[in-house]
Design a protein. Structure first.
Length: 309
């Protein structure tokens, strides 16, 4: 078990003990431990540096928050919405703890398709417009990064699947501690190569947080296990405010000049991601990047917002 997972289990049990529910605390800790042990056995590579086979997922776009509240869920939803409006078959994965998910309201109704992974964890598939939304379900009081099923467990029976967008959904510091298992598995090197996006706010504290996230991932990158982010996204801004970029360290600095800016939207700020497609100006902001990656037509503009399931 990763130290971060032990900490989360202890924190949950401590709250139950403080409430005089010691028996429940022991049961919750035992269930979480069993879940983590079971998840670690799923698809754990025999050789850490062996590339992951991503071919069944199409193009893989993991979205990682560089700091708390960076807006990774908004960006993941925007990318998935832009692609589905361009008639791409999209899988949007919500790997967050269900209780703290930024995509909790991203679908109008929960779908009936449930795929059990273990006694403690299952994946439910629903529709967000014409995009397939996959999210975790678990009776456990907390879902830690290592309790997230490994990538192969998320693959639905959909053919062809053009793009998989992953809202990693956990604190970047914990996620990047171990890309061999759990939520960090979406950062694994493989074929075809995923295109990780690191999301930050246009503030100095956010850039400092993001630099530490990249530092945490560094050993895995140097050993050929994980991939560094290939794109930086900045939410809530049209350009860098004065004096902010100076907070970037040597790992983040190469990404600053080509950063993707997602403009502020009051509707998203108040309501978050809902079952409706994200606003047009947010869609328009992500389209040029997707066009550059060959995932959208050259102009990169969605065809119509009317296509709804």
């Amino acid at each position: 078990m990763d130290y971060a997972d032990v900490e989360s289990v202890v924190d949950t049990a401590a709250g139950l003990v403080a409430a005089g529910r010691g028996a429940e605390a022991r049961h919750a800790a035992a269930e979480a431990g069993a879940g983590l042990a079971g998840m670690a056995k799923l698809d754990l590579p025999n050789v850490a540096s062996r590339p992951q086979d991503w071919s069944g997922f199409g193009a893989v776009i993991p979205v990682l928050a560089g700091s708390p509240g960076a807006g990774a869920s908004v960006l993941a939803a925007a990318v998935a919405d832009a692609l589905q409006l361009a008639a791409r078959c999209v899988l949007l994965i919500d790997a967050a703890d269900p209780a703290r998910s930024g995509l909790a309201a991203a679908t109008l109704a929960e779908g009936p398709w449930l795929s059990p992974v273990s006694d403690q964890v299952a994946i439910r598939y629903s529709w967000r417009g014409h995009a397939l939304l996959a999210r975790l379900e678990s009776p456990l009081p907390v879902v830690t990064p290592s309790l997230v099923p490994p990538p192969p467990q998320w693959l639905p029976e959909v053919d062809p699947l053009h793009v998989t967008v992953v809202d990693i959904g956990h604190d970047g510091w914990r996620t990047t501690a171990n890309p061999l298992i759990g939520a960090g598995g979406w950062l694994r090197r493989g074929t075809p190569a995923p295109r990780p996006i690191l999301v930050v706010r246009p503030t100095r504290p956010s850039l400092r947080h993001a630099e530490q996230v990249l530092a945490r991932l560094d050993p895995w990158i140097s050993r050929g296990v994980a991939l560094p982010p290939c794109q930086l996204a900045v939410t809530g801004a049209k350009r860098w405010p004065g004096g902010v970029t100076g907070a970037a360290g040597r790992r983040l600095d190469p990404l600053l000049d080509d950063a993707l800016f997602i403009p502020h939207d009051s509707e998203l700020e108040i309501g978050g991601v809902t079952d409706e497609l994200v606003p047009d100006k947010v869609l328009a902001a992500v389209c040029p990047l997707l066009a550059d990656w060959g995932l959208l037509p050259e102009l990169g503009h969605p065809r119509s917002r009317k296509a709804r399931r």
